[in-house]
Design a protein around this ligand. Structure first.
Ligand SMILES: N[C@@H](CCC(=O)N[C@@H](CS)C(=O)NCC(=O)O)C(=O)O
Length: 228
């Protein structure tokens, strides 16, 4: 089955536009994100491109036939981001690189803020892996799932609440790529366990705040629907 490509424009050959004559300024390189037909670990980078108005190629590969394709990728997994000849795996590295390369206003301006943005992004990945996905995995026993939802989930939501404190955003109270990582996993937990955020009002408000940003809201309204 062919992979689906969602793009605002038809993708250019080799993923980038070229100047038509010597007098034309070269067009910016168009990033090409490859993932499955879901939100998952690609969604924070999609949100970043949307928020920053970056034209990108959003390639979605069907799970059907994946086993035959997986070994062509560096770790046999997705997402992957290609920018010209450069290719990078690992979702948190992709998000950080995309923010630095294309989303300047979302990339913190000093070492400490950058480190904190990384820490929040990695915490979001821990949450996605250990709470969201394990709570729905067929590999988890019913007892494990109950423990995750009743004990681990509230503990982790409290961690995020404490990290946000009285602020609007997670890093120096300024909107950054880390907010997109945390927003995504809060969205996912609500998608699978509706009402999870109700006891933690600051996180529910944070999620609504990000979702209400005009370019994010436009993406949420038009993105392909998927289970995960
Ligand atoms: N640490 C990796 C994990 C990537 C990962 O687990 N990707 C999953 C989809 S979310 C995947 O490719 N699954 C298919 C497989 O492993 O064959 C990252 O953050 O990118």
């Amino acid at each position: 089955m062919e992979s689906k490509i969602h793009a605002r424009e038809a993708p250019e050959a080799e993923g980038e536009k070229r100047a038509r004559s010597e007098t034309d300024a070269p067009a910016p390189v168009r990033p090409h994100l490859i993932y499955f037909e879901g939100r998952g670990r690609a969604e924070p980078t999609r949100l970043l491109f949307e928020e920053c108005g970056v034209e990108y190629t959003d390639e979605r590969i069907p799970m059907e036939g994946w086993t035959e394709k997986k070994e062509q990728y560096p770790f046999g997994q997705l997402p992957i981001l290609r920018v010209g000849q450069f290719e990078i795996p690992q979702s948190t590295a992709i998000l950080r690189y995309a923010a630095k390369r294309f989303g300047h206003s979302l990339f913190p301006g000093n070492d400490e803020a950058q480190a904190r943005a990384d820490a929040m992004t990695e915490a979001a990945e821990d949450f996605l892996n250990n709470i969201v996905y394990k709570s729905i995995s067929e590999k988890s026993s019913a007892a494990d799932k109950e423990k995750i939802v009743k004990e681990e989930l509230p503990k982790w939501l409290n961690y995020f609440k404490n990290q946000l404190g009285e602020h609007q955003f997670f890093v120096e109270n300024t909107f950054s790529y880390a907010d997109l990582a945390v927003y995504t996993v809060l969205h996912e937990i609500e998608a699978f366990h509706a009402g999870s955020l109700a006891p933690v009002a600051p996180l529910a408000q944070f999620k609504d705040r990000i979702a209400a940003r005009p370019k994010i809201a436009a993406w949420l309204a038009r993105r392909p629907t998927s289970f995960w």
